[in-house]
Design a protein around this ligand. Structure first.
Ligand SMILES: Nc1ncnc2c1ncn2[C@@H]1O[C@H](COP(=O)(O)OP(=O)(O)OP(=O)(O)O)[C@@H](O)[C@H]1O
Ligand SMILES: [Mg+2]
Length: 256
């Protein structure tokens, strides 16, 4: 079943076509990865899909509904959430409070039922706190529930950013470079977390330069280059595509 369909999506900044006539569809429950060189338009695409940036042209159909041009809070209410390439953590709050802030954006209880079904607490603040604690355990940060956000190591902050995004109870979660700056062990934890999120029925869009992570978790991969779709397919197809190797993968291999 198609959960997200994007057609002809375009956005220019001055003379730069950051996203140029992009078409793709994402199946419900899939991990759909978007890769490509720096400046290819990946973050701009997320900004368009989350209502932070208005498209110049094109359409965004979410679960059969045309949501093109809706502002961020209306997309959040329809189950769209994202993490940010540059962490959006409030360092003057505790880790838990950061997750609770995410929860205030949304109140329906349709998703992630396993995570809050046990709660019988009526008071909504207490409920929010319990759900935020459950989310921290879910992303592997159970030890940091009472910690100040400023005390968390970088790898933990990356997962706190994901917990904050999950607090809106999304149907589709967009992760912008969740493994950037992480060591292999921390990246393996992100790999397992992404798989668990998808298993729990949340569709995942992943932007990531760590190809080990991308090959490991993706059901489908799209390659952007200069704002355009260069290729899409399975990991095997993308790996074997000479244009993708030339534009992106070859350069990354040489960097290592
Ligand atoms: N707000 C903006 N104003 C002007 N130009 C922008 C803006 N946002 C993005 N761009 C330009 O659009 C292009 C795409 O940028 P974008 O950040 O989407 O790339 P990216 O694929 O996420 O790159 P990276 O892998 O480095 O994060 C770049 O040329 C960038 O300079
Ligand atoms: Mg980016």
């Amino acid at each position: 079943m198609t959960f997200l369909r994007v057609t002809g999506l375009s956005k220019s900044f001055g003379g730069v076509k950051a996203v140029d006539q992009v078409d793709f569809t994402v199946k419900a429950g899939h991990v759909f990865s978007i890769i490509g060189p720096n400046g290819a338009g990946k973050t701009t695409l997320f900004n368009l899909l989350t209502g932070l940036t208005m498209p110049d042209a094109g359409a965004i159909i979410l679960d059969g509904e045309d949501v093109t041009g809706l502002p961020a809070h209306q997309l959040a209410a329809r189950g769209v959430s994202r993490s940010f390439q540059n962490l959006q953590i409030f360092f003057n709050m505790t880790a838990l409070e950061n997750v609770m802030v995410g929860n205030h954006l949304h109140t329906t209880r349709r998703f992630l039922p396993c995570l809050f079904g046990s709660s019988s607490v009526r008071d909504s603040e207490a409920r929010t706190r319990i759900f935020a604690e459950e989310l921290m355990h879910y992303v592997g940060l159970g030890d940091y529930v009472d910690a100040d956000a400023s005390a968390l190591p970088y790898g933990a902050l990356k997962r706190l950013e994901i917990a904050r995004a999950l607090a809106t109870r999304p149907r589709i979660l967009m992760l912008d470079e969740p493994a950037a700056g992480l060591n292999p062990a921390e990246t393996a934890e992100i790999d397992a977390l992404i798989k668990r999120i998808a298993e729990d029925g949340i569709t995942v869009l992943l932007v990531e330069h760590d190809m080990h992570l991308v090959w490991g978790v993706s059901d489908h991969i799209m390659v952007l280059n200069h704002g355009r779709v260069l290729a899409e397919g399975t990991a095997e197809e993308i790996r074997a595509n000479p244009e993708v190797v030339e534009a992106y993968l070859g350069h990354r291999a040489r960097e290592r």
